[in-house]
Design a protein around this ligand. Structure first.
Ligand code: XMP
Length: 315
């Protein structure tokens, strides 16, 4: 990439060419779509409106964190509550690609309605290069359908505008930093949210377990970083696995679920290395997850696989 200042000038000019009237921005609170939303704000001012969807697949406290971030970044935005809609779209679905397609479609239908309300057909997205490269094209197999690419139905009238589509993650971070977006090194979080961290069927109960476990991993890793025990990892999270496993609570046998903890180092998400965690940090994570989810999660595993062959997310 050329330097961020030049990229930003050109992206703003390009957005003004592509959007004559108004546009909505699909804003998830992640670094990519926040950068796209700030570019849209700079290019279009009040003609752009960021839409943050509360899918019910978000992390603990995420609606508040993201709202604070958007306020700090000076965005005009709306929070659209849609948890029931997403949960029913996922009802009975265990296949990872089908999950991504259903979530993508639910997002697009919702954005179509929001666009109509705002009097536009333009949807600005924070799609970056790995999203469409990994979503397949003529030259590559589909690794994963990234929700912001795979879910656009052929009959949609929305016209996509993607100012970051040629950038890689490290380049987006440089742009975000240049744009003054607060904490541009926030870890990545997938568009389909906790749905891809609940391996297998997604239910409200299983989502709650994944959310609790994920929050504990985030808290303990961040605590270790604050205490100077480890440098900040690139990405760290928990995944609820689609297996039942036997545990023991007091004198009783229980048949509970299992959680995998994943911590990776990466530069551009195309490859990644499984990172180690000090034994006491691992011990606290395991102890806290099994205590908070008493009898529901009875086993905690640590994922030691690099990408490739594994991907970063489990699904
Ligand atoms: P994978 O699992 O493919 O993930 O190795 C690479 C990086 O992308 C994130 N990820 C997504 N981001 N939409 C996104 O915006 C998605 O559908 C999606 N799936 C995975 C993942 O967290 C990792 O940082």
């Amino acid at each position: 990439m050329k330097d961020p200042a030049r990229f930003v000038d050109e992206a703003i000019a390009q957005l003004r060419r592509e959007v004559a009237g108004t546009a909505i921005v699909a804003a998830s609170g992640g670094i990519d779509s926040t950068a796209a939303a700030v570019l849209a704000e700079r290019a279009l001012g009040e003609r752009a409106r960021a839409i943050f969807v509360d899918t019910g697949l978000l992390r603990e406290g995420e609606v508040d964190t993201v709202s604070d971030l958007f306020r700090a970044a000076g965005l005009r935005f709306e929070v659209v509550p849609a948890a029931d809609r997403f949960l029913s779209a996922l009802d009975g679905v265990a296949d990872p690609e089908e999950k991504r397609r259903r979530i993508g479609t639910a997002f697009i239908r919702l954005f179509e309605a929001e666009a109509a309300r705002f009097g536009t057909d333009r949807l600005i997205q924070g799609t970056i290069a790995p999203d469409w490269i990994e979503s397949g094209g003529s030259l590559r197999d589909t690794i994963k359908t990234h929700h912001n690419v795979g879910g656009v139905p052929a009959d949609s009238k929305l016209r996509l505008v993607e100012p970051l589509r040629d950038l890689y993650k490290d380049e987006v971070r440089a742009v975000a930093k240049f744009l003054g977006i607060p904490s541009p090194d926030r870890q990545p979080f997938p568009g389909p949210g906790l749905a891809v961290r609940v391996a297998g069927p997604v239910t409200a109960e299983r989502l709650r377990r994944a959310r609790v476990a994920n929050a504990i991993v985030e808290e303990e890793v961040q605590r270790a970083v604050r205490e100077g025990t480890i440098p900040p990892p690139w990405q760290y999270f928990a995944v609820l696995l689609p297996v039942r496993t036997v545990g023991v609570l007091g004198d009783n046998r229980v048949h509970g679920e299992a959680v995998s903890v994943r911590v990776v180092e990466s530069v551009d998400a195309m490859t990644a290395t499984a990172a180690g965690l000090p034994r006491p940090v691992l011990g606290r994570i395991s102890e806290r997850i099994t205590r908070a989810l008493h009898g529901e999660v009875v086993r905690v595993l640590y994922d030691i696989t690099d990408k490739p062959p594994a991907t970063i997310e489990w699904e």
